[in-house]
Design a protein around this ligand. Structure first.
Ligand code: F6R
Length: 361
């Protein structure tokens, strides 16, 4: 049942305010400025002993894991990174007893992720899951974890589950941070930011008509470049994946700082750039990248917290706490991909060559 929407993707994009509300519900502890994660199965003493965190997933879940690693590093100050689960598995990884492993999956059935979990378990590692489907294979095989509570996702490409997975990582990072060195004041600041998300998501969704107009202007592009820096880079990766999956427009994502090391050669009027330009400590650096692109006559669509004078268009997104900004910056880009694909007449819920859950190697 599409509930009045033309596609499941549109329905699922539109459900994100409620979905985020659901993942927060019952978990916030105002007394200690932290969160409770019932199924985590990692006590405070164990959490203090974690020296590194390695996050494994595929596709969109991998991108959510990249943002998750950033959240863990900034809130809990534990070195963290994310890697595609298949790459990890094929390189005979060194499994370290002080590393906490986290498998991320919407379906909980993705073979490459499951195989990585099984290999880690066999080598004696502690593996948690950040999973949407309750009771799925990955949920069963991990030692504990966080349920994402996005609700059923039917469209082949992931939208609301991506958002809820990132929010789940914010909860986990806050929880670990408050057991370690995150102050009460910072805990309170993040909790207040999390509570603002549903309303801000609703605000973004109300600008859909404007995003649709922008999408129609860019739908004739043969290829698009997505750039971002630090927190913005995984947002660029995810936006680029979403666009190519459903519109079949070729897209690439680069860290903004890497442009000058090669891809700048591609910039010309026919190759538009979508730039993630949040109002944070990197704003001036990001603006400098826009200038480099403009100097080569590149078209620029900025996704930012305020109008960007160097950009041809800006999609303005509400500001939250810096750590949580990637959650909101990603949402208009889902709509951008959606309306581009719609303008091109694509089969949005069932893109060619793709399946909802990839249970083969
Ligand atoms: C992209 C997409 C895929 C999945 C990937 C992992 O929109 O849906 O990239 O994210 O196949 O799937 P899960 O999260 O079910 O393990």
């Amino acid at each position: 049942d599409m509930g009045g929407h033309d596609t499941y993707m549109h329905k699922e994009i539109s459900e994100q305010a409620e979905a985020v509300d659901r993942v927060l519900r019952g978990r916030i502890d105002d007394r200690f400025s932290t969160v409770h994660l019932g199924g985590l199965n990692l006590d405070a003493r164990e959490a203090r002993g974690v020296r590194r965190i390695k996050i494994l997933g595929c596709g969109t879940s991998y991108h959510a894991g990249l943002i998750g690693a950033g959240l863990i590093e900034s809130l809990a100050r534990i070195p963290a990174d994310a890697e595609p689960a298949s790459e990890f598995r094929y390189r005979n990884p060194v499994v370290d007893p002080d590393t906490l492993y986290i498998a991320v999956s919407q379906s909980g059935e993705t073979y490459d992720v499951l195989a990585a979990v099984q290999e880690l378990k066999r080598k004696g590692a502690r593996v948690l899951g950040v999973v949407n489907v309750v009771g799925s294979a990955i949920a069963r095989e991990t030692d504990g974890g966080v349920y994402v509570h996005a609700g059923p996702e039917v469209c082949v490409v992931s939208t609301k589950c991506f958002t809820n997975t990132v929010v789940s990582f914010a909860l986990l990072a806050l929880h670990l941070g408050r057991i370690r060195d995150l102050s009460v004041a910072d805990g309170r600041r993040i909790i207040a930011g999390l509570r603002r998300l549903p309303e801000q998501i609703a605000e973004i969704l109300q600008t859909e008509a404007d995003i649709k107009k922008v999408a129609e202007e860019y739908a004739d592009a043969k290829s698009m470049m997505f750039i971002g820096r630090v927190r913005g880079y995984p947002v660029a990766l995810e936006a680029s994946l979403k666009l190519k999956e459903i519109s079949y427009i070729h897209a690439e994502a680069y860290p903004a700082s890497e442009l000058k090391h090669g891809p700048l050669a591609l910039i010309e009027p026919a190759l538009p750039t979508v730039a993630i330009v949040p109002d944070d400590d990197l704003l001036e650096k990001n603006r400098a990248a826009l200038e480099e692109i403009k100097a080569r006559s590149g078209r620029i669509l900025a996704v930012a917290h305020q109008e960007q004078p160097k950009a041809d268009q800006t999609i303005v997104v509400p500001k939250n706490e810096t750590e949580l900004d990637p959650i909101l910056l990603g949402i208009p880009l889902q709509l951008l991909a959606y309306h581009t694909a719609l303008a091109l007449g694509r089969d949005i819920d069932k893109p060619r060559n793709l399946a909802k859950s990839v249970t083969v190697e």
